[in-house]
Write a protein of this length. Sequence first.
Length: 234
Amino acid sequence: MAVLPSRGAARAGVLAATTALFAVALAPSASAHVTVSPTAVGKEGVSRLTFQVPNESPTAGTVAVRLTLPLDTPVTFAMPAAKPGWTTAIGEADLEKPIDVDGFQVVKAVHTVTWTAAPGTRLEPSTFTLFEVLLGELPQNTDRILLPVTQTYDDGKVVDWADPPLPGGGEPDSPAPVLTLTDGGADHDAHAAPATVRQTGAETPWLAVSALVVGALALGLSIGNLLARRRKTS
């Protein structure tokens, strides 16, 4: 004769099984790696890219992230988004052959974009964060570029997310983000001046003006909503 478990035992079993399922669901993925979003953009104009960077160390914090852009398919413009607690730097490199971008002869290209944590700031263990950058014009002579990312921890460990996709379609141990380039315009399209002109900063005031306009509109809407609510309550 089979012995049926008591209600208490059954509840305990259900609770244990549920706890185990939640533990599996919430456990950090062993295959977490640096990714880029969107994964496909137009070649023309300026594209806004977001890099998701995980901290896979259980104890150390990430204190520097460097994006490397290819020189054989050069990118002539970069502008990282401000990130509280992090400083940014753009590194340029000479091109072997000048390229023409909208009538400009460009002899340098953006090679690196680096985010460095200020003292007292780091990406904590088992967390992730986002790094954003505007890039353009994107290469016209290829349909795909690798965007290697170097991640530095405060214990001295350095991880290079730089491996290309495997021939059979599998994923390498430390895959580099891959960006597909299409013939259409960029999702966030704008005119990008080449690196040699970018140094003057004269070509980007529209970004600041746009930010001020959007901020003013948002403030106006907020004030309007507040006044409307006060009229309803009065």
